[in-house]
Design a protein around this ligand. Structure first.
Ligand code: TNX
Length: 553
């Protein structure tokens, strides 16, 4: 039993203390009766393989926290002969096949995905009449005979399936046969997201990550209901996406990386493959082309795009703010137009990210001229602009979404500019760097990561509320589209390192996005601890933060 109460987080009620608060209170109540935490998820993957996973987590012991949880009855036990019963529609079948692919290797059951009704097995159903479930909500009901997930949209079924996974013992995530009793606790979860935008950003420019590495990350994000994959495709140290009309961007600009190592880039076919893979996880890809700064790789390939025309090599250092496209040259806009046109054509999502940060070598006047033109180009190619919050100094309005990456130390004046844009209708994605920058070190002893925004342990990373984060600056919750956790890769070169930095902080960001910021750390911490076995079973070498009472192996 875990009655540990670490440093309590700010006990703020969510804006509308509706079902989500009830759910949270219920979990706290469950914790107080001793059912949550140590007695729940059977711990690490190692432990799972030594003894059969008989008891699964109590209903609701999942991340992100569901909006409402009503336990009842003993629940459902997956039988060897069970089927996954689906509505006969391709999008529902795809969710059924996805679930079957997770469950079959570990359970060893056949789990046929079968269209049509039935009163047993796992059921995945669409019900358009369930309007309150919205675009991503679902209702999961676990009874003696069935466990069913009902949603209005296929995306809701997919999110519900993530909850179902987490209600099964962690060993279900393994890719080899396990012996176990695959029980889902009884009752009903009704769940919808607090924010529509729940993102993660991966910097593939500072170091390149292959298609398979990105897919692995996408799969990990899906488990925690992230729905936007922001790919930071270009920077001073590398251009990673093929643009047919400017071929040297990748052949020259993609050839290296931070530290001068091997670079890489995605062909258009590979990029499309990533977009399709993300879509199969009900996730949009948001590609970012950094403009007008962060362009040394492009300028190395095409020196004409700079004002001085000198050919510099692709940058391999860590510094920023020294490169700029030449705002006064018409050729710059031909370039931007071609890039945006080709990128828009292979990106089905509604957004393109145009960077706009740290343009320290572009004058204020030029920055504004440039951003005005680029915004018009993006709109002409049928997409909406996202840019880092510096764009709010360049006449942002309702057509722009700004990604705020400030910290507790960000100057009032800068926040005021953001607030002014919000008054004109700009929406915000919140990525406070001293909370959710996953590339920041955990502690000064941690070997990976940077520290310019601070050292961020897991508890501090969770200690903020998107709805109130900028309220002192007059920015209301209504302006917040959602949250995003960026991971910059100056110091990170492989999946193990990425995962060490992202996990477990990413889970907290996912929860801010799905459940809102009103849940205290003391309630979250045991739920997070209970994810240890699942992350281990998935091969994620997460940071065993001392701020969390992880189960003993
Ligand atoms: C700031 S956040 C940057 C990036 C760096 C990152 C490292 C932002 C918009 N710019 O260029 O990679 O810090 O943490």
């Amino acid at each position: 039993m875990r009655l540990l109460r670490p440093r309590p987080g700010p006990l703020r009620a969510p804006r509308s203390p509706g079902p989500r608060l009830l759910g949270a209170l219920l979990l706290v109540a469950v914790a107080a009766t001793g059912c949550l935490g140590g007695g729940g998820d059977a711990g690490s993957g190692g432990e799972q393989s030594r003894r059969p996973p008989v008891s699964s987590a109590p209903l609701g012991n999942v991340v992100p926290a569901p909006a409402s949880v009503s336990p009842s009855g003993p629940g459902y036990t997956l039988a060897p002969g069970a089927a996954i019963r689906i509505d006969d529609r391709p999008a529902v079948r795809a969710v059924g096949d996805y679930l079957a692919a997770i469950l079959r290797p570990s359970t060893g059951y056949r789990l046929p995905v079968t269209p049509g009704a039935g009163s047993d097995g796992i059921q995945l159903r669409l019900d358009p009449a369930q309007r309150a479930l919205g675009a991503e909500g679902y209702r999961l009901t676990s009874s003696w005979t069935t466990v069913s997930v009902v949603a209005r949209e296929p995306a809701g079924l997919f999110r519900g399936v993530q909850t179902l996974r987490q209600l099964l013992p962690a060993a279900v995530e393994k890719d080899t046969r396990q012996t176990g009793v695959w029980r889902v606790p009884g009752g009903t979860i009704t769940d919808t997201p607090r924010y529509a935008y729940r993102g993660a950003m991966l910097d593939v420019a500072r170091h390149f990550f292959t298609v398979d590495q990105v897919k692995r990350y996408i799969d990990q994000l899906a488990l925690y209901k992230i729905n936007k994959m922001h790919l930071h495709l270009t920077d001073d140290q590398g251009w990673r996406i093929t643009i047919d009309s400017w071929p040297k961007l990748t052949t020259v600009g993609g050839a290296t990386a931070v530290g001068g190592g091997k670079g890489g880039f995605y062909t258009k076919a590979q990029y499309r493959e990533l977009v399709a893979y993300a879509a199969s996880r009900h996730m949009d890809v948001i590609p970012e082309i950094g403009l007008p700064g962060h362009t040394a790789a492009a300028l190395a390939a095409y020196p004409d795009l700079s004002c001085n025309g000198f050919r510099d090599p692709v940058h391999t250092g860590l510094d920023t703010g020294f490169s700029s496209l030449c705002v006064g040259k018409e050729k710059t806009y031909d370039f931007v137009d071609d890039v945006i046109r080709e990128l828009a054509a292979m990106t089905p999502g509604e957004y393109l990210h145009i960077g706009g940060d740290e343009a320290d070598s572009t004058s204020k006047k030029d920055y504004r001229i440039f951003m005005d033109r680029v915004r018009e180009i993006v709109a002409r190619h049928g997409k909406k602009v996202i840019a880092w919050h510096e764009i709010t100094g360049a006449g942002a309005d309702e057509k722009v979404t700004a990604q705020y990456w400030g910290t507790d130390r960000t100057e009032k004046g800068e926040r005021k500019r953001v607030a002014e844009a919000v008054k004109k209708g700009t929406k915000l994605i919140l990525s406070p760097a001293d909370r959710v920058y996953l590339d920041m070190q955990y502690t000064y002893r941690h070997p990976l990561g940077l520290s310019w925004a601070g050292r961020i342990e897991v508890d501090r990373s969770y200690d903020w509320d998107p709805a109130r984060y900028l309220e002192d600056d007059g920015i209301p919750d209504e302006a917040v589209l959602g949250v995003e956790a960026p991971i910059w890769t100056e110091t990170l070169v492989n999946s193990a390192q990425l995962e060490q930095m992202a996990f477990p902080r990413l889970l907290g960001v996912a929860e801010k996005g799905w459940s809102g910021g009103g849940i205290p750390w003391a309630e979250y911490e045991p739920r997070l601890a209970a994810q240890a076995g699942r992350m281990s079973a998935l091969g994620i070498a997460f940071h065993r933060s001392p701020t969390v009472a992880w189960p003993k192996n």
